[in-house]
Design a protein around this ligand. Sequence first.
Ligand code: MN
Length: 205
Amino acid sequence: MYRLPPLGYNYDAFGTYISKHIMELHYTKHHQTYVDKLNTALEKAPDLQGKPLPTILADINNVPEDIRTAVRNHGGGHYNHTLFWLFMSPSGGGEPSGELLDALKEKYGSFQDFIDEFETKALGLFGSGWVWLQPDLSIVTTPNQDSPLMVGADEPLLGLDVWEHAYYLDYTYKRGDYIKAWWHVVDWDFVGERFKKTDDSQLSL
Ligand code: MN
């Protein structure tokens, strides 16, 4: 049985960047629903129940067909949101440091150029989905609750939820304002640690 992971902060931890209202609904309603529906789907596949979720998602095409869509949507949703809470911190914001900052500068020219590219991808994503920074420092998007794992990519270093449920109560249709606010809560220490160890052991659901 999967369970909602504990949040490392209170619902009001992000002030006006992400409101208490959104945090509470996002965590207790949206994420909880992914967990519940994933558990329901896996009732029909006992042999999958003991496997780590990243392993199941990376092999999504071999999940039994009658539950594949449910595992894709709700397993992906559980995995993505578990990471999303970890990507943020009340003491977040600013810039990364050390190896990650150096590598981003090398790939994008400057940290601001990386930010600009990430925002362009986030704004250009049609409908609901996610924007990811991958261990090779590429920026990719996935639709719905898909994970980069489902297309054979590595576990992401960082990701942004651009579903309307993540921002509409605070920012209405202004996705760009939400993205700009989100940078103020990104936990670059956590992301930098992930960059140092990009193996499959980094996530324990
Ligand atoms: Mn969400």
